[in-house]
Design a binder for this molecule. Structure first.
Ligand code: CA
Length: 124
């Protein structure tokens, strides 16, 4: 009888622990993920009108490194960014254009379509 009680108690504790451990971290991680989503980024799209594969860029960088070189046709700039400069070539060179934050550009124009290779982000 004593053994049964002990087993029952262990079972109860384990059940509580497992349900607790299984439930709380799930919620916790979901919150963590949304909380960690970076702002002050640019979202690049392969096609016009924000279609096709997209890439979030949150630091100044070469798109060669992100496998997105010469592929951008539209983009959106987070409102928390001050401005972004796009360059025709890698290493921030070649023709360039600067746009302000909080912009949605459904087409970068024929001069830059499938040509952007690097970008500099100006944070607030
Ligand atoms: Ca290019």
């Amino acid at each position: 009888m004593k053994t049964f009680r002990t087993v029952a108690l262990i079972f109860l504790i384990c059940t509580l622990c497992l349900s607790g451990c299984g439930f709380i971290p799930l919620d916790f991680f979901e919150e963590e993920q949304t909380g960690e989503e970076e702002t002050g980024c640019v979202t690049l799209y392969k096609y016009r009108d924000f279609q096709g594969e997209s890439l979030r860029v949150c630091e100044s960088e070469d798109l060669l490194d992100r496998d997105f070189n010469d592929q951008v046709s539209s983009l959106s700039v987070d409102c928390s960014l001050r401005a972004v400069t796009f360059y025709e070539h890698s290493n921030f060179s070649g023709r360039n254009m600067t746009v302000g934050g909080c912009l949605e550009i459904d087409y970068v124009g024929h001069e830059f379509d499938n040509q952007i290779s690097s970008l500099i982000l100006y944070k607030q």
